[in-house]
Design a protein around this ligand. Structure first.
Ligand code: GLN
Length: 540
């Protein structure tokens, strides 16, 4: 029987519920159990694919092609295990199934209602995730914060799960304890309210994870215990830390793994434990020599604040590679539009050991990125282009090395004379019919590598599978002229004859991939392309 652990947020969002869930999963897996996770996103979008990255953060792509929440990326990185479509659901996807079934007359003439029909669908999906993954423990993270109208339905499904499996279900509230400056003291009241709100949904938390700037002290632990009706031992201190990878280690200081097993009357199995992970955490804390990487993007600004969520996996992959080489990653966000307004700003790129141009869509900031790529090509600054980054590197090369004036992608200029990047044949119809949802080339595809290239050297094999999310491709009609001027095609998808990796010679490291290698990087196993890119950056 699978054990279900529901993780619910209190007080406010953005306190690290996702990494807390991933960390709990990591701890249980380190004790020899098969662990999987489900992320519930309470929005009406069927998946994350149609949302603006500034609004939603990164769209993470699973190997089976689901466009989903960035938390699934954290789950994969922490557990070193691939997630699939069954590991995610949104309100939109749940309602869609229910409505489709209703249209197919599958409810036998009944009036279809939120309760029980929608909650049944949620429960069914949770069960399905448990059976498809064979999980001993299934952690279910309910997005948002308790008290929101949006996630009531999922709390109800969680409550019903406990009702059906009282011995096999636990609830964990991840809450936040503010320390207001003018008060100078950590306050427990918002957490008390969160626990009460959860109670009014019929749920009593078994554990409370107390997120705060600093560790929880005894008086506050007791206060939370009394007012929220949990044992003081089950209130877990979760102070801010420098690296998210430290969280499992920190949780274990409160022995949460044993406590969870005890509540389920289970024993730890013989297992690898957290040795390798602990070693990494020590390294993260001690590395001091920096490697400076600039990421040129455009999804940074939200009102008066800068958010980096849109490039989460790129950032994490860069960190994994830096730690691999015993370096401290220093990552700087560079707004591509600056290079359009002020070409002199390009000079500042020389300050960086390496430059990444990640994925993107549309025309904003594109010319700035192309200018920056031209600069790093010319001045031999190590470069890694990801998806749009690879496409724009091709455009820069076509314009400035092959002399194809105004070469472009048809994504930005439909009538360009030199469409070196063009829409994939099977994508044309999607755009004509405005069929945008889940219709890109998504998920893992095969890529055969060319001998004697940086790419093959990095991977150390002849064939790889990598995850994609795009509609446009390098136009094969231009392959010959690009190659004749020194662009190397180092990876191709043989099924569709799509160019997947490009690089150039006589440069310390200049590689672009049509796919997203950042999705496959893991803390203890950096992605080969990121690893070698950072290596070249260190050499610079
Ligand atoms: N906009 C480009 C395309 O659709 C690149 C997509 C991306 O960077 N993920 O092909």
């Amino acid at each position: 029987m699978t054990k279900y652990i529901f993780v619910i947020g209190g007080v406010m969002s953005g306190v690290g519920k996702g990494v807390a869930t991933a960390s709990l999963g990591k701890i249980l897996a380190s004790r020899g159990y098969n662990v999987s996770l489900v992320k519930i996103d309470p929005y009406l979008n069927v998946d994350a694919g149609t949302m603006n990255p500034v609004e939603h953060g990164e769209v993470f792509v699973t190997e089976d092609g689901l466009e989903t929440d960035q938390d699934l990326g954290n789950y994969e990185r922490f557990l070193d295990r691939n997630m699939h479509a069954c590991n995610s659901m949104t309100t939109g996807s749940v309602f869609k199934s229910v409505i489709e079934r209703e249209r197919d007359l599958k409810y036998e003439g009944k009036c279809v209602e939120t309760i029980p029909h929608v909650t049944e669908e949620v429960q069914k999906r949770i069960k399905k995730a448990a059976s498809e993954t064979g999980a001993d423990f299934l952690l279910v993270e309910i997005g948002g914060t308790v008290g929101e109208y949006q996630n009531m339905l999922f709390l109800e499904a969680a409550r019903l799960t406990r009702l059906l499996h009282p011995q096999d279900t636990l609830f964990i509230l991840v809450s936040y304890l503010p320390i207001p400056k003018m008060v100078g003291e950590m306050k427990t009241k918002p957490t008390q309210h969160a626990a009460r709100t959860l109670n009014s949904a019929g749920i009593q938390p078994d554990f409370i994870i107390a997120r705060s700037e600093v560790p929880l002290d005894e008086p506050r632990k007791k206060k939370i215990a009394i007012f929220c009706n949990v044992a003081p031992d089950d209130v877990i201190s979760a102070p801010d830390i420098t690296s998210i990878y430290e969280i499992p280690v920190n949780f274990e200081k409160d022995r949460i793994g044993n406590k969870i097993l005890k509540k389920f009357r289970m024993k730890p199995k013989k297992a690898a434990g957290l040795t390798g992970w602990n070693r990494l955490v020590r390294k993260i804390r001690t590395v001091s020599k920096p490697v400076k990487i600039g990421i040129i993007g455009k999804y940074f600004n939200s009102g008066n604040f800068v958010i980096k969520d849109a490039y989460l996996s790129v950032i994490e992959a860069t960190k994994h590679a830096a730690w691999h080489w015993d370096r401290k990653p220093e990552i700087q966000w560079l707004d591509s539009e600056i290079y359009e307004k002020n070409p002199r700003a390009l000079k500042a790129l020389s300050k960086y050991d390496g430059i990444i141009v990640p994925g993107g869509f549309g025309d904003r900031g594109v010319e700035g990125k192309i200018k920056a790529i031209g600069y790093v090509r010319k001045y031999k600054i190590p470069f890694l282009g990801l998806c749009y980054g690879m496409q724009l590197a091709t455009i820069e090369f076509a314009r400035n090395v092959c002399g194809l004036k105004n070469a472009h992608t048809t994504e930005v200029n439909k009538n360009t004379r030199h469409p070196v990047i063009d829409i994939m044949e099977e994508q044309k119809q999607n755009l004509e019919k405005s069929n945008y949802g889940a219709s890109m080339r998504l998920g893992a595809y095969r890529c055969v590598l060319t001998a004697d290239t940086l790419a093959q050297e990095a991977y150390g094999k002849k064939e790889v599978w990598e995850r994609h999310r795009h509609r446009y491709e390098l136009n094969n009609n231009y392959r010959q002229i690009l190659e004749s001027r020194g662009l190397v095609v180092s990876g191709v998808n043989p099924e569709k004859n799509l160019i997947e990796i490009i690089e150039i010679k006589n440069h310390p490291f200049f590689v672009g991939s049509q796919f997203h290698p950042e999705f496959l990087s893991r803390p203890l196993r950096p992605h080969p392309l990121f690893r070698d890119f950072v290596k070249a950056s260190i050499r610079k």
